[in-house]
Design a protein around this ligand. Structure first.
Ligand SMILES: O=C(O)C1=C[C@@H](OP(=O)(O)O)[C@@H](O)[C@H](O)C1
Ligand SMILES: C=C(OP(=O)(O)O)C(=O)O
Length: 457
């Protein structure tokens, strides 16, 4: 298991023994009263993995303070190390593990195999870096992630001059034959399946000979805030980057500045905890909420009130309060979540406990996340007695009285946490393979239990 050291000596990344064994389902705890909890969360996956890539391509050593330590970030660290980047642990600035000092390689070298695990950010951000390395780099992933779409990245890299060997199916595994240089230039791609194709190309683009002029043409462009996060991260390191129109980006060739950066807490991973306040009633506070951020999780402050929550900000604390599902405190909603598909599993779990029907649309692309999340959410909620219908690009959820049962997680961290949300109100929900939460939040069960016991009479 690729979990690196944590500052707390007795830190157990799995929270408890049962959750460490994927064969033993985790009994999701039921909330026995209103919550009054304050939760600190580890660093953002999206920020950590962008900053690791940029640091590896930068003009000197960078320090990442309070980065995420999880399977996704560990896969990124190992990937960049395999290409010659030196990544060393330094005493942690925060409670969730070491800081990372990243020293770029004088020259990136391939002749290696990279295990992307389940990380979309590794499989979409690192192949362009491998194009800049000398020698072949083979990319592979967990069985459950091998089918995730890669065709757009393969064709895009070929279009900027990178030689790739694949089996023609547009998925992993494939081999990037890096020559140490990438031409770059003007290309058009279809990023309908994932914004990560755009982000991955933009992150390496300053190191392409001619930079990159990238145009998206396709039926939809999901997760725009994640692309804006990429642009902001590049700009913060002195890269000249612009988006002259929606679906068009330009990156000038040039150096990427080394920096010292603090990684914000993962606001998308705040979703299940904040949702808990609506389900159980009472309040949940997330500490360290940034004043300004590019994370789409910040939208929870606007989304959760639509479902009946009250949201308050005080300094760096964001508090969500609710009346509880039993008191009819969750309202049905019609929501387009095109920009924040990552938040959908938590919102859908809330909708299953609401006082009326919901329709969540704009999220067809989440069929290509860790699993087909539309099919998985419908199957698992319906398996507990619910009434969820798959739409082409979303879900229609009609709340029904739910009963206990096994909730399958499909190797998907957000499926596991969505089941935990429902389990707060429905006795007898058992989450299969809750350890899958280690993808982005190895401490999930521990933090969830602490949220439920804190402030309890
Ligand atoms: O760039 C990123 O960090 C991410 C982009 C989004 O991907 P999609 O555009 O594939 O939804 C998001 O869902 C994922 O969790 C993280
Ligand atoms: C879609 C997700 O992950 P990935 O970065 O692997 O695409 C997610 O975390 O919800």
């Amino acid at each position: 298991m690729l979990i690196s050291k944590y500052s707390a000596p007795d830190f157990d990344p799995y929270g408890d023994r049962a959750s460490a064994n994927p064969d033993v389902p985790w009994p999701a705890p039921v909330a026995d009263g209103p919550l009054r909890a304050s939760v600190a969360l580890p660093g953002s996956k999206s920020l950590t993995n962008r900053e690791l890539v940029l640091a590896a391509l930068a003009d000197g050593p960078s320090l990442l303070r309070s980065p995420l330590h999880s399977l996704d970030s560990e896969n990124m660290v190992q990937a960049l190390r395999a290409l010659g980047t030196v990544i060393e642990e330094r005493p942690g600035s925060g409670p969730f593990g070491a800081d990372l000092l990243v020293t770029p390689a004088d020259e990136l070298f391939g002749s290696t195999t990279i295990d992307c695990g389940q990380a979309g950010t590794v499989m979409r951000f690192v192949p362009p870096v491998a194009g800049l390395a000398l020698g072949p780099t083979t990319f592979d992933a967990d069985d459950s992630a091998r089918g995730r779409p890669m065709k757009t990245m393969i064709t895009a890299l070929r279009a900027v001059g990178v030689d790739i060997n694949d089996d023609g199916r547009g998925s992993l595994p494939f081999t990037v034959h890096g020559t140490g240089r990438v031409g770059g230039g003007s290309i058009t791609i279809d990023a309908s399946a994932s914004s990560q194709f755009v982000s991955g190309l933009l992150l390496s683009a300053p190191r392409f000979d001619d930079g990159l002029h990238l145009v998206h043409e396709g039926e939809r462009l999901p997760s725009l805030p994640h692309i804006e996060m990429t642009i902001a991260a590049l700009a913060a390191r002195g890269v000249t980057v612009a988006s002259p129109a929606v679906g068009e980006w330009m990156v000038s060739p040039g150096s990427i500045r080394a920096t010292d950066i603090a990684i914000e807490p993962d606001l998308s991973n705040a979703a299940p905890f904040l949702a808990a306040a609506l389900v159980a009633g009472g309040s949940v506070t997330i500490t360290g909420w940034p004043a300004t951020t590019t994370q789409v999780g910040a939208d929870l402050a606007d989304l959760l009130p639509l479902l009946g929550a009250t949201v308050e900000r005080s300094g760096d604390r964001l508090t969500v309060s609710g009346d509880g599902a039993a008191a009819g405190g969750i309202r049905g909603v019609a929501l387009d979540l095109t920009t924040g598909g990552e938040l959908a599993p938590a919102i859908v779990a809330l909708a299953a406990l609401a006082d009326g029907p919901s329709e969540i649309t704009g999220i067809g692309h989440i069929r290509h996340h860790e699993t087909d999340r539309l099919a998985a959410l419908a199957a698992e909620i319906n398996g507990l007695g619910g009434d969820v219908t798959e739409l082409e690009d979303g879900l229609r959820i009609v709340p029904r009285p739910l009963h206990g049962g096994v909730w399958r997680s499909y190797h998907d961290h957000r499926m596991a946490t969505a089941g935990a949300i429902i389990g707060l109100a429905v006795p007898g929900v058992e989450i299969e393979n809750v350890a899958t939460t280690a993808k982005t939040l190895p401490q999930f069960t521990q933090l969830w239990q602490a949220m439920l016991t804190e402030g309890a009479p």
